[in-house]
Design a protein around this ligand. Structure first.
Ligand code: IMP
Ligand code: MG
Length: 178
């Protein structure tokens, strides 16, 4: 796998430190609220596990799986729910945990769906943000790192379902996907 990476962008230590900061911030902002923390599968699964262990408040978790990409590196613009939430969200304070906001279409779709279910509040934490590629005017409330317009893998993020198990985040060589 390592041969397919052109540059390591964020080391394990850098990820760990930033996620601890996010966890502390969320603990302050959601103190006394028992938020429902929603992991957007699959890309956010490692981030979610590390993030909630840096949150010191009572919380509950659930999972949603959506897909917009298939096996390609560009969004099709069509978002589909592959796995829905198990618990009702009416009246709950939700924290959506996303791996990366790219076009923003996935996030827009999720917010629309959850708003219709009458959540009390909806906040979004995204580990990464690629603002240069946005197609809709939307932004996560909490962002770990801003990214250049490159395709990244590792720490849960895939290309064609591979590389999720890299412990760091790196730029995938263009020849792998073009
Ligand atoms: P959006 O709907 O275009 O914002 O795309 C969101 C989803 O696309 C993310 O949750 C990722 O699964 C995937 N994605 C976008 N950019 C990358 C990337 O650089 N590497 C891996 N996955 C990505
Ligand atoms: Mg993906």
């Amino acid at each position: 796998m390592e041969n397919d990476i052109s540059e390591v962008l964020f080391s394990e230590a850098q990820l760990k430190q930033r996620i601890a900061e996010l966890g502390q911030q969320l603990s302050e902002d959601f103190s006394g609220k028992n938020p429902l923390v929603i992991c957007v599968l699959k890309g956010a699964f490692i981030f979610m596990g590390d993030l909630i262990r840096k949150m010191s408040i009572p919380l509950e978790i659930d999972f949603m799986a959506v897909s917009s990409y298939g096996a390609a590196s560009k969004s099709s613009g069509v978002v589909k729910i592959n796995k829905d939430l198990d618990v009702p969200v009416e009246g709950r304070d939700l924290i959506i945990v996303e791996d990366i906001t790219d076009s923003g279409l996935t996030l827009q779709f999720l917010q629309d769906v959850l708003r219709r279910k009458k959540a009390n509040s909806i906040s979004v934490v995204a580990l990464f943000d690629k603002p240069a590629r946005r197609k809709v005017d939307i932004k996560a409330d909490y962002v770990g790192f801003l990214l250049p317009d490159e395709f990244i893998v590792g720490y849960g993020l895939d290309y064609a379902e591979k590389y999720r198990n890299l412990p760091y985040v790196g730029i995938l060589k263009r020849e792998i996907y073009s």
